[in-house]
Design a protein around this ligand. Sequence first.
Ligand SMILES: [Zn+2]
Length: 277
Amino acid sequence: MEAIGKDVKRLKPGDIVAVDPALSCGRCDQCKNGREHTCLNQKFLGCPGQIEGCLSEYIVMPEHNCSPVPKNVNAEQAALIEPLSIGYYASQFLNGKKNIETIGILGAGPIGLSVLLSIRTMGHNKIFVTDKLDYRLLAAQKAGATWTANPEKHNVPAIVKDKSSRLLDVVFECCGKQEALDQAIDILKPGGTLLIVGIPGVDRVTFDISKIRRKEIAIQNVRRQNNSVQPAIDLTGSGKWLPDFMITHRFTAEKTQEAFETVANYEDNVIKAVIKF
Ligand SMILES: [Zn+2]
């Protein structure tokens, strides 16, 4: 934080802040009812036509989107607050559900891993994680996954059935893939809940209506996060979760292109790359 506007109260120059890239209007029906994450006039940092990107030394953001972090949270950890807040928010959908024992997470990228860290802090310890990249499964194991499987190498439904004969209570879909949505339905128990966290790259996905009807599967979409930045900062500062392992690569601003290509192509066992200015 280099400088602040004259009406800014809770920030001061020199603060390290976690930035929420979603700007809400504060005036629409959704905002007024506490649902800023589904604001009807939302603009997103880095989206062409909304708010142009932040690959620059300085950007100007509203105070509302900047959360100062305590001294024991460093700048790299502050950069992780965005995915962590989404993982925290998604995990809050478990609250109020009874007898949740077995949980699946499909996709062990930064969002899936953030969900994993969050549900571990809630005490869940029967967690099944899948990903097509073995190195990410290894990261998930270190972060507390109970079982892991690679759907390209293993028969995931058979393994789930072996570990949990009644199948899974809840599945977090965190990769936005049709095949993962299909697999989620296969490994959920009747009456189970599918939480769709991943963002599909296509406009439409499909479900086997016979399967989801017979199992009476509940489907809940999860849109980014709401009111979860501060809890994510608090959990990071307290050491109740340890997210540092997600940052596998660091690039200078001059190497920005290489950073994007590394992540887009899943090169060199990358999970999360940061660009340092
Ligand atoms: Zn709004």
